[in-house]
Design a protein around this ligand. Structure first.
Ligand code: MN
Length: 240
């Protein structure tokens, strides 16, 4: 879940992958994503993730909950033109409102093939989806690409969040990243919030929304449904 740091309202979810292996049990993404990447299987699996996330997002929307669904997209996917068709298909088959889909790309992914990625992102923006930079501040952090690419959301990397209560440097960096986001008209999301102290400091820096163990561990769909049901009435879920 992604939570509004001011109101505590539920604002969205990020799709996370787990592999339920018959012998090994639940396999964490760090243990299988690299194999998907190197084999190229990340492309069909990534398309399946897009379809599943859009299908679930549309189901929540039909239940009266309107919030964004974020999907991580890898360089191998963005390097191919089919990403545009995969996103279009996932949206049209599910019926999900395009503005409720956020595609998360890392800085490294953006810089992999700048021209091709820019062209595909512009096609995706024309479809109506939103684009987020994941783990912002850990890659190239090129100011030129922030202006060049059609970006809507900055996700401030957990490494800045974890130090915000302890070092003035981390706090100053978060402040700078947030101001950068504001100047460019971007929404900011803080990743990896674990303590209420961190939440309060991020809120004081005017970070819009956050994710992390303070709010919820990674949840199954059923757990998200229970969380939604337990919020007073229909929660004030918003698009942000
Ligand atoms: Mn992400």
């Amino acid at each position: 879940p992604t939570i509004d740091l001011s109101t505590g309202a539920f604002t969205g979810v990020e799709a996370l992958l787990r592999w339920r292996h018959p012998q090994r049990g639940v396999v964490q993404p760090d243990d299988f994503i690299p194999a998907l990447e190197s084999s190229g299987l990340i492309v069909p699996v990534g398309a399946w993730v897009l379809h599943e996330a859009c299908r679930q997002g549309a189901a929540w929307h039909r239940q009266g909950y309107r919030f964004a669904v974020s999907v991580n997209v890898s360089a191998r996917q963005v390097d191919q033109d089919r990403i545009v068709d995969d996103v279009r298909d996932a949206l049209s088959i599910s019926g999900l409102d395009p503005e409720l889909l956020i595609l998360e790309l890392t800085e490294t992914t953006l810089m992999h093939d700048v021209e091709g990625t820019l062209a595909r992102l512009q096609l995706l923006k024309a479809v109506g989806v939103r684009i987020a930079i994941d783990d912002f501040g850990t890659g190239y952090s090129s100011l030129a690409y922030l202006r060049q690419f059609p970006i809507d959301v900055l996700k401030i990397d957990r490494s800045f969040v974890s130090g915000i209560a302890d070092t003035t440097e981390s706090a100053a960096l978060v402040r700078t990243l947030v101001q950068l986001g504001k100047v460019l008209g971007l929404e900011t999301i803080a990743e990896g919030i674990e303590t209420d102290d961190q939440r309060l400091r991020l809120k004081a820096e005017a970070v819009d929304t956050g994710q992390g163990f303070l709010f919820a561990r990674p949840l199954e769909v059923g757990d998200v449904n229970r969380l939604l049901d337990s919020s007073a009435g229909k929660p004030e879920v918003s698009v942000n």
